[in-house]
Design a protein around this ligand. Structure first.
Ligand code: NAD
Ligand code: 89Y
Length: 340
């Protein structure tokens, strides 16, 4: 049984702690948060006695195999480097870093230890997204030449995550990062992109709408569009809707987790909604179920000595798209990814 230490006991870590209870072969035996009240509440709720306000002390005192970093972005680099210095396997929340330079340094630091380094890029692990990835990779619709990945919502994310209203960078770095990652998983790496951003809600500091046009290395085109300013029924938070056209057919992942695949003159429809786990609640169940999936894959990677699909190295490609989108929107130009 692999023993892990969780750093950061905030809003999202609760899902991760529930998730670890469902993972085979790994669990959390120690927790850390600088906030003593959070530490006590979470320790009591999950029955974890080993509690620390300092991550270095936790790593020194406990005999751990891995760390799970669930803090916000500014602390990711020092915590990943600390974990690497103690030769731990690491899973770290997205966004991995504020800059590509930091992210590259983090990837190199863990790489030198030979340990597993996963980014908690869980949208790619959602049941509905996995179903679409399988269809595309099996070749059912042939080589894809167009993808639209769309996340449009008016859901109040600020009450659970107040820092989202304070950051200069909002929707691309927080949410668009997932949608860009899904698009990379489906359509491959990107040669160039252009983006626009808008701030509709004047009570927040960053952009709450982003529209990004991507040209892939393969010659395919994608549109990634994200909004937290869309007032509409049906409210689809937190679903990513997809339309993909391939040379042999097409597919759509529509609201309500409805998947339809058209190829060879036939149409196949299915409901790919994830199960509602015992501790989960709508509408978050989609994200919550993907936490179990990604954490299980992390544990399996350690057991099998392989790097995950959503490794630190792989995530550099997604972070580059985030960076490129901000540059493009700010400077009003197409950004070539090899510039970064
Ligand atoms: P939060 O602010 O609620 O919690 C972060 C916690 O980390 C706080 O309790 C804080 O005291 C603690 N902390 C910060 N620095 C620390 C340090 N150096 N040592 C120990 N504790 C420290 O934040 P959150 O909403 O839980 O978000 C955490 C991360 O999860 C963010 O990166 C966010 O983007 C990500 N997130 C991911 C998803 C997803 O679906 N993957 C969803 C929501 C949030
Ligand atoms: O922080 C975000 C994430 O990663 O998924 C949804 C979210 O909680 C709000 O945008």
């Amino acid at each position: 049984m692999l023993e892990g230490g969780l750093i950061g006991c905030g809003f999202f870590a609760i899902n991760q702690l529930h998730g670890w209870r469902e993972v085979e072969g790994a669990g959390i035996s120690a927790i850390c948060d600088q906030d003593e009240r959070r530490l006590a509440e979470v320790g009591d709720a999950f029955g974890i006695q080993a509690r620390y306000t300092d991550a270095a002390q936790m790593l020194a005192a406990e005999s751990l195999d891995f760390v799970d970093i669930a803090t916000t972005v500014s602390s990711h680099r020092p915590l990943v480097e600390l974990a690497a210095s103690e030769r731990m396997h690491v899973i770290c929340q997205k966004p991995l870093a504020d800059s590509l330079d930091d992210a590259r340094a983090m990837v190199r630091a863990v790489e030198r230890t030979g340990k597993v380094f996963m980014v908690h890029e869980n949208f790619r692990w959602q049941a509905a997204i996995r179903a679409v990835i399988r269809v595309v990779r099996e070749g059912t619709i042939g080589t894809p030449f167009f993808c639209r990945a769309s996340f449009r919502s008016g859901y109040d994310v600020y009450s659970g995550q107040p820092y989202l209203a304070e950051d200069e960078r909002f929707i691309i770095q927080d949410l668009g990062i997932h949608v860009l990652d899904i698009t990379r998983a489906l359509m491959g790496d990107v040669a160039r992109l252009s983006a626009t951003t808008q701030r509709i809600n004047q009570n927040i500091k960053g952009e709450d709408v982003a529209t990004i046009l991507l040209s892939h290395d393969s010659g395919a085109t994608s549109i990634v569009d994200c909004s937290y300013a869309s007032r509409r029924k049906v409210e689809t938070f937190p679903e990513t809707l997809l339309e993909i056209d391939g040379e042999l057919g097409s597919l759509r992942l529509d609201a309500g987790y409805q998947l339809s695949i058209q190829s060879a003159g036939t149409e196949q429809r299915s409901n790919v909604e994830p199960p509602l786990l015992g501790w989960a609640e709508r509408p978050w169940h989609n994200i919550q179920e993907s936490v179990v999936a990604i954490q299980q894959d992390f544990a399996s990677c350690i057991a099998e000595g392989r790097q995950p699909e959503t490794s630190g190295e792989d995530n550099l490609g997604t972070l580059a798209l985030v960076e490129a989108a901000y540059i493009s929107a700010r400077e009003g130009r197409t950004v070539i990814l090899s510039e970064l």
